[in-house]
Unconditional design. Sequence first.
Length: 134
Amino acid sequence: MKYLLTCAAVLGGLSGCAAEPSKLQQERSYMLEWIGERPLIDNSHLTLTLASDGRAYGNAGCNHWFGRYTLDGEHLAFDQIGSTRKGCAPALMEQETRFLKALQGVQRWDVSATEQLRFWPAQGKPLRLWPEED
């Protein structure tokens, strides 16, 4: 949110920010805010980056995760998802499991009216993300 307000205030009447939040960008990190129906545990930091070579990776809250993705227009899918195997508090591990499972169910993406990036499964609520500030 801070990114959007700063961008709007600084650039005002210009044509937009260099990193447009209304587009899914490769080589840009995104920070997760919600997994489906639930927000994240306070102070947990889940991230996602889509590399231009089809690799996806980030922090799952406790472990580093990695996998492959395909992007075709609004269609987005993740597969071959894995992670490191560090153990954390049970609540963080449960959240991490939900996140990685939700990623595997993603079928499309869009941007909300508030410029939030959403990854949608076939059914249910989306993963909701914000671009990380540079």
